[in-house]
Ligand binder design. Structure first.
Ligand code: ZN
Ligand code: ZN
Length: 327
């Protein structure tokens, strides 16, 4: 099979290449252990199932309202809210905090923490604990969104059922001291409910209403609920669609795949075969800017010195792994 390799010229100038130790650790961390089964979890009807059902009813109402009643400025505002919501997960909870693929100064971390509140997907410490478990014990009983339990389960079912004992037990064994040591995250955890509700639903309702006279009900249903539900599905697609459909050029022995559709909507998070093979690369993809707005965002802030120490896997290692394990 022909091997396409990136060259270092495609990498941002100040990006940090992995040391040999990082690379060895990276391969070691990618091991798989544990068994899998499709044992049904106990459904949590209240509040979880009811919460997601209610949200979807309101989101359909939001779609109708967007198409029929919303002002054009509200449409534009929905898009801005979508980007903030997405970046709060991709650049924040995922690449910065879960994987530590780059470092950032205080103003950037505060900004990303607030963006993360817009996404209302649990506080960053909890999100990262689940995500670190997802990588460390990928597709085993200790994986919170284990793909082997079915497409519905890894998409949203895991949020509507009780966690398996293996997920809880293994999750507790993870070292989260770096996250607890970040005062920005401690602050977020402490005030998560009021902060999350204000950023996810309060501001998207108030801003269009006060700034350009949109009906608050329209603003709430569109920039609030509809944007939130769409972003939830986009994030969940990384756990479902990107573990199911696509090429596996870096490791054919795992389910995570290169899924263009997910990358497009999840602003760069769908290059999932690469990401599971090299989880410490800040681009979460081999190519820096192929449907990867998140990488462009991080690089922009590195220009003004707000982000730094961006970790990149060497093209030599990528090439070797492709040849050895790729499709
Ligand atoms: Zn995954
Ligand atoms: Zn990840």
């Amino acid at each position: 099979m022909a091997v396409t390799r990136t060259t270092t010229t495609t990498l941002p100038k100040r990006a940090k290449l992995f040391t040999k130790e990082d690379e060895l650790k990276l391969i070691k961390d990618d091991k798989y252990e544990g068994d899998t089964d499709r044992q049904k979890g106990k459904i949590v009807w209240f509040p979880n199932v009811l919460w997601y059902l209610g949200l979807h009813v309101l989101a359909f109402l939001g779609l109708y309202t967007l198409l029929v009643h919303a002002m054009w400025k509200t449409w534009a505002f929905c898009y801005v809210m979508y980007l903030m919501n997405a970046l709060g997960i991709t650049a924040g909870a995922h690449r910065l905090w879960s994987h530590r693929t780059y470092s950032a100064n205080l103003p950037y971390r505060i900004m990303l923490m607030l963006f993360n509140c817009v996404s209302l997907q649990n506080d960053v410490i909890e999100w990262s604990r689940d995500h670190r478990g997802h990588h460390k014990w990928s597709e085993t009983d200790a994986d919170p969104y284990n793909f082997n339990r079915g497409l519905f389960f890894c998409h949203v079912g895991w949020l509507m059922t009780k966690k398996r004992p293996e997920v809880i037990e293994k999750g507790r064994s993870l070292d989260l001291s770096d996250l607890h040591g970040d005062p920005v995250l401690s602050f977020q955890k402490r005030f998560y409910m009021p902060l999350g509700l204000l950023c996810c639903f309060g501001l998207p309702t108030i801003v269009p209403w006060l700034a350009w006279g949109e009906s608050p009900w329209t603003a709430y249903l569109t920039a609030g609920v509809l944007r939130y539900v769409c972003c939830l599905h986009i994030t969940w697609c990384v756990n479902s669609l990107a573990h199911w459909r696509g090429h596996r050029p870096y490791n054919k022995h795992i389910n995570p795949a290169e899924n263009l559709m997910t990358s497009l909507f999840a602003i760069g998070e769908g290059w999932h075969n690469f990401h599971h093979t090299f989880p410490h690369d800040y681009k979460a993809a081999e190519l820096p800017y192929m449907f990867n707005f998140t990488t462009a965002f991080i690089d922009f802030f590195s220009l003004i010195g707000w982000t730094y120490k961006r970790k990149v896997v060497s093209s030599q290692l990528v090439g070797t792994v492709r040849q050895k394990y790729g499709e």
